[in-house]
Ligand binder design. Structure first.
Ligand SMILES: [Zn+2]
Ligand SMILES: [Zn+2]
Length: 164
């Protein structure tokens, strides 16, 4: 595919050619109809979705989310230390640890924020995962603690997929 093939007519503004795409749904958008959001250029329908209540957190939900991420991070961090002591596997098994981290922090965020979605919830979940990982450095040799980086990467990616 060439770059030229990516230039299409804007579905909302006939006659206007564009190579821009909505960063969420990939619909072509032109400079006339794009809406700039904190996460990139969006089409009108996606910009509206971003304003929907499930992407907006109240102060209480933010505080609860932050607390849940910190406490969850410490609790899961302790469990992860236990797991590393019991099964010092690393490598391929990091993928399962990462999937476990994403699952747990998605549940924690669902519970704390009342099923909210969006960049703030993603950031809180990843902060929780980072806290859990940080605890490895308090207990283990840095070389062992660093081996958790793959699990953290997988966990952060899956948490992003679940909560964005
Ligand atoms: Zn869109
Ligand atoms: Zn347009």
């Amino acid at each position: 595919m060439t770059a030229v093939a990516l230039i299409v007519e804007c579905p909302r503004d006939p006659g206007v050619e564009t190579a821009l795409r909505c960063s969420r749904c990939e619909t072509p958008i032109c400079p006339k109809c794009l809406i700039q959001s904190p996460v990139g250029a969006r089409c009108k329908s996606c910009a509206r979705v971003m304003k929907s209540p499930i992407y907006t957190l109240g102060t209480a939900q933010l505080v609860k989310g932050g607390l849940a991420a910190s406490l969850g991070g410490i609790a899961i961090g302790a469990a992860w230390i236990g797991l590393t002591l019991a099964l010092p596997l690393g490598g391929f098994f990091s993928i399962f640890v990462g999937a476990g981290l994403a699952w747990v922090f998605t549940k924690i965020m669902d519970f704390a924020t009342g099923l909210k979605r969006g960049p703030i919830v993603v950031a809180l979940a990843i902060a929780g995962i980072a806290i859990a990982w940080g605890m490895q450095f308090l207990v283990f040799d840095p070389r062992i603690a660093w081996s958790g980086v793959l699990a953290v990467g997988v966990g952060a990616y899956l948490a992003y997929q679940n909560l964005r």
